[in-house]
Design a protein around this ligand. Structure first.
Ligand code: ATP
Ligand code: MG
Length: 396
């Protein structure tokens, strides 16, 4: 008898007209993710997406692993479908979960019945199945308050399904329901986490990276491409736009007061990113900025950098502590790559005494000596587009 997956959608967002769109997009995303693992039938009913392997060739374990990275799924379980009668349900539990019960000291059965035609109530069904299991597994005691193991029985439209405890899903909203945004991706800890967090809200993410060869090495670029690849496990395939930033940085160094270097550089990054966002249909920018972390991340500095663009700038980490950011980086698997010691272009030409409370007027004055349009046009011509996909070979 085969095994299928039940992917449960978040209930809170399942309101009104959004629900159908949400469900359709989630089904489409799941189908796309399952393709590489063989033939799977993917359908949805009652706020649940069903993923059913269609033949013996299907890589069920690979598919199961991939389902944990699909946004819009709050929890998921592998289960055994069976006919909707007590005998069939009991046999399914025994065959499918009997070994788990033998390893546990105590258990309970929890039933849900969305098919109201089913002759027993949920409580009666739990009692019936629980009673039979207790007889068959005398070493495993019934404990309805603090069981070590819980057997779940769901009587749904098409069949009954039995399973053990569900696992947490990736949460969030299905990729694509929230539009598209462009992340400014450095090689640090923060920006990959920022990309993940906005992607989690149903947003498709593309990336831009500013690269200052020869001040920063090829390895620094590879590191960023690798970080994008890791984030794409969740967000789906991504394009990294690599912009050559050397000439802009040199022009700033040669023509502007040192205390404004970082601010002017960040304003260029924002403006160039906004232009690339326009090419790629992205309606917002994402950065890993965090209030108070460094001199360029004060409220005043953010006002100055934000003034370089007209589209919204999302900073999902703005109020988080470093430990919180690091724990997400570990969870999504970007931490180890982020801490590799290759220099980022921000650390080139860093001012000794950066201005922490700049005004826009001061900065506009400080960048007057530059031909902004020409520098931006030149940078845009240098853009190299690199496609990344989590399932490609690691870059580093
Ligand atoms: P991160 O850990 O993401 O590097 P950070 O704490 O080092 O962040 P900054 O170096 O001040 O902070 O950069 C702030 C944000 O600017 C980054 O989170 C990122 O979004 C963007 N950024 C910085 N450097 C680059 C770069 N070379 N290319 C693209 N974006 C960058
Ligand atoms: Mg950085």
């Amino acid at each position: 008898m085969k095994e299928i997956f039940l992917l449960k959608m978040g209930e809170i967002v399942l309101k009104g007209a959004n629900k159908r769109q949400f469900e359709a997009r989630l089904r489409q995303n799941v189908r796309r993710r399952m393709k590489r693992y063989g033939k799977f039938d993917v359908y949805s009913m009652q706020s649940t997406v069903y993923v059913e392997p269609m033949d013996e060739e299907a890589d069920v374990d690979g598919a199961w692993e991939a389902c944990h990275a699909i946004f819009g799924v709050v929890s998921l379980c592998r289960c055994r479908p069976c006919e909707k009668n007590v005998e069939a349900i009991y046999q399914a539990v025994e065959n499918y979960l009997g070994d788990d019960l033998d390893c546990a000291a105590s258990f309970k059965v929890e039933s849900k019945r969305s098919d109201k035609q089913f002759p027993l109530t949920s409580i009666q069904l739990s009692q019936e199945i629980g009673g039979r299991l207790a007889e068959a597994h005398p070493a495993c005691a019934v404990d309805v308050h603090h069981p070590q193991y819980t057997v779940y029985v769901e009587v749904r439209d098409l069949a009954a399904y039995v399973h053990g405890p569900a696992e947490p899903g990736a949460g969030g909203l299905p990729t694509g329901v929230g539009g598209r945004a462009m992340v400014l991706l450095s090689g640090g800890i923060d920006s990959p986490v920022a990309a993940y967090m906005i992607a989690k809200r149903g947003v498709e993410v593309e990336a831009v990276h500013f690269f200052s060869y020869p001040y920063t090495s090829q390895l620094a670029k590879d590191k960023v491409v690798e970080l994008a690849r890791l984030v794409s496990r969740y967000s789906g395939k991504m394009t990294v736009n690599v912009v050559s930033f050397t000439q802009i940085q040199e022009a700033i160094r040669d023509n502007c007061p040192e205390e404004y270097f970082t601010l002017i550089m960040r304003r260029f990054m924002m403006e160039i990113s906004q232009r690339i966002a326009g090419w790629d249909g992205c309606g917002a920018l994402i950065t890993g900025e965090n209030l108070g972390q460094v001199a360029s991340q004060t409220m005043e500095a953010m006002a100055v950098t934000g003034a370089a663009v007209q589209i919204p700038v999302f900073m999902p980490l703005v109020g988080m502590d470093k430990e919180e950011i690091v724990s997400i980086a570990r969870k999504i698997g970007t931490m180890e790559t982020s801490i590799l010691p290759y220099e980022d272009c921000c650390t080139v030409f860093t001012p000794k005494h950066p201005k922490t409370k700049p005004t826009l007027g001061q900065v506009l004055n400080a960048e007057k000596a530059l031909d902004r349009e020409a520098l931006i046009a030149q940078a845009l011509e240098s853009v190299e587009k690199i496609r990344v996909n989590f399932y490609d070979e690691p870059v580093l």
